[in-house]
Design a binder for this molecule. Sequence first.
Ligand SMILES: Nc1nc2c(ncn2[C@@H]2O[C@H](COP(=O)(O)OP(=O)(O)OP(=O)(O)O)[C@@H](O)[C@H]2O)c(=O)[nH]1
Ligand SMILES: [Mg+2]
Length: 288
Amino acid sequence: IGRPNVGKSTLVNRLLGEERVVAFDQPGTTRDSIYIPFERDGRQYTLIDTAGVRRKGKVDEMIEKFSIVKTLQAMKDAHVVVIVVDAREGIVEQDLHLIGYALEAGRAMVIAINKWDNMSDYDRKQCKLDVERRFDFIPWAKIHLISALHGTGVGEMYPSIHRAYDSSHLKVSPAKITQILNDATDAHQPPMVQGRRIKMRYAHMGGQNPPTIVIHGNKVDKTPHDYRRYLENVFRKVYKLEGTPVRIEFKTSENPFEGRKSQVDERTAARKRRYVQKFKKAEKKFKR
Ligand SMILES: Nc1nc2c(ncn2[C@@H]2O[C@H](COP(=O)(O)OP(=O)(O)OP(=O)(O)O)[C@@H](O)[C@H]2O)c(=O)[nH]1
Ligand SMILES: [Mg+2]
């Protein structure tokens, strides 16, 4: 996905190795998503060429609105989203918006900075700085500097796409992931909230694409952002997750004994009752 005219269709043709879709130097060339099944090195893919997405305020034509809906739908259908950016125009707000949509959908991502050919050294340097700065909120996304027109760097995108796919389809047993959770909380214990420590007991996978880790315990819903990020980084490191967002969900398990009197409490109360009775008897005797 990407803005109009950044070279998505050209890239699709490159990845396929043949001119299958229309690429043309005019925004709005692709109007509807095109699903293209193909095989490469024994692996099956479906490449989806999508219509470019302009800034919302600029879209008034009905047909363009339809195109955008189709693009967003395609993004949800996909396993891995390739975000295409035009290096010559630099990274603009709309590129970040589109990444935002992909993040919201929980999609794995690979970033292609396209039209890298025929750029001056100065412009390339500026662009690289810009890329580093603006994409720092998705440090796990692999960035490729490519020329879809000439094919430079396009083949190298496949390994990143595979890693993003594999990472987004992580499967781990509850025992394993609970072990990692326990190691992580031992190394750095969770903070206190309202005078009580957050206690994380066990974890399991809640789903894939994006990989979702569900953590159970006491007060876990109060886990601060920093600690959540610490855990995310631990899981990323252990499983070498690349190119995918990771979701962590917290489930507070109620203490089943809370609100009920414990046996110790019961005994203490009985003793208190006996003392009170004895005291009253003694009091009566004394009065008499
Ligand atoms: N120099 C250069 N031009 C490119 C490159 N990739 C694409 N182009 C040109 O950019 C123009 C737009 O390419 P398209 O592939 O049609 O762009 P698109 O993103 O599919 O555009 P829409 O379908 O309108 O969203 C064409 O003239 C391409 O030849 C590249 O790597 N380098
Ligand atoms: Mg196109």
